[in-house]
Design a protein around this ligand. Structure first.
Ligand code: ZN
Length: 342
């Protein structure tokens, strides 16, 4: 199931790279491919109560009131327009609807679903909208999976090129969410070092996997296959959610990574195979991606992989990229599964 809503086009950010043309391009591409075999539906709005499972009432009210008075800037990157409140409710509501579709009681429920909305969410912290994000859509969805469906372990894989600082902050103190983020570093927002591992009950359940600028398919796919997947198998999640950003694309203007359309398909294939292997459902929530045609093609490539049969694991050839070696070395104490068998 694909969740979408026309309100995504009415969050007006002017000439900002996070703009309505992103959704127009995605939907045009998907329509041409018959929605890659998915059923497309309009998302419901999130309720204020669902947002407040993550964000304090003052944060929710700030966005509502700003939109109601015609909008304004929250920071240099993050703006609210008159249409932003409705758009933000549906962006969070779409992510919740993904969870409900995947975990519902209908025996014919889908095993894969995606929420394709804007504004994105993963930079938004508990009480701080930032980085184009007004509410943290995937965090609201993960909380909903716990509160409504009783889940105790949700894996969030964040393959947006930027660190998902908001999601990391929201779940830093809990083991109910394992947050694995691959991101270019140094880059906005500056967080996401391997030493940020969560705290208290959440110690070790934040896994930051920074990669240097210029990293391409080889590094990104090796990081997913050889680090994220072994850790995820140990964690045994009941649901996998993906913060699916496409700004690691080689054509993206906001970062320098060099992932191709095929690279995103390979990354999606790895996570899809993980979901099959663990027999758990998989939901995607759109984050960034600012080269609009590349974004549209890469979203479609991802969805075609999710709609198709599980792909075989790639055969590793040659030595591991050094950044993957370093990640394995730093994580093997907490997550022994990342060590290759001897
Ligand atoms: Zn991003």
């Amino acid at each position: 199931m694909l969740l979408r809503h026309p309100s995504s086009l009415r969050h007006d950010t002017g000439s900002h790279p996070e703009r309505a043309a992103r959704i127009v391009a995605i939907e045009r591409e998907l329509e041409a491919r018959d929605w890659c075999g998915f059923e497309a539906r309009e998302s419901p709005p999130a309720t204020v109560e669902q947002l407040q499972a993550v964000h304090p009432p003052s944060h929710v009210e700030r966005i509502r009131a700003l939109a109601a008075t015609g909008g304004g800037a929250i920071d240099a990157d993050t703006v609210v327009s008159a249409g932003s409140w409705e758009a933000a409710l549906h962006a969070a509501g779409g992510a919740i609807a993904v969870v409900d579709a995947l975990l519902g009681e209908d025996p014919a429920r889908p095993r894969r679903a995606a929420s394709l909305h804007r504004p994105p969410g993963h930079h938004c912290e508990t009480a701080q909208p930032m980085g184009f994000c007004l509410f943290n859509n995937i965090a609201v969805a993960a909380r909903h999976a716990r509160d409504r469906h009783g889940l105790q372990r949700v894996l969030i894989v964040d393959w947006d090129v930027h660190h998902g600082n908001g999601t990391a902050e929201i779940f830093a103190g809990t083991d109910e969410v394992l947050f694995c983020s691959i991101h270019e570093h140094p880059l906005y927002p500056g967080t996401g070092l391997p030493s940020e591992r969560g705290h208290g009950a959440g110690e070790g359940f934040t896994v930051n996997l920074p990669v240097p600028g210029g990293s391409g398919d080889e590094t990104w796919t090796a990081m997913v296959e050889q680090v994220v997947l072994p850790i995820a198998r140990s964690y045994a999640p009941q649901l996998i959610l993906v913060s699916a950003g496409y700004d690691a694309h080689e054509q993206d203007p906001l970062a320098t990574c060099r992932v191709s359309d095929e690279g995103f398909a390979a990354i999606a294939g790895s996570v899809d195979r993980l979901a099959d292997e663990l027999d758990v459902p998989l939901g995607l929530v759109l984050e960034g991606g600012y080269a609009v045609e590349a974004l549209a093609r890469s979203v479609a490539a991802t969805l075609e992989v999710l709609a198709g049969p599980s792909a075989a694991a790639p055969v590793a050839t040659g030595p591991r990229p050094p950044v993957v070696e370093r990640a394995i070395a730093s994580l093997a104490g907490r997550w022994p599964a990342v060590m290759p068998p001897v």
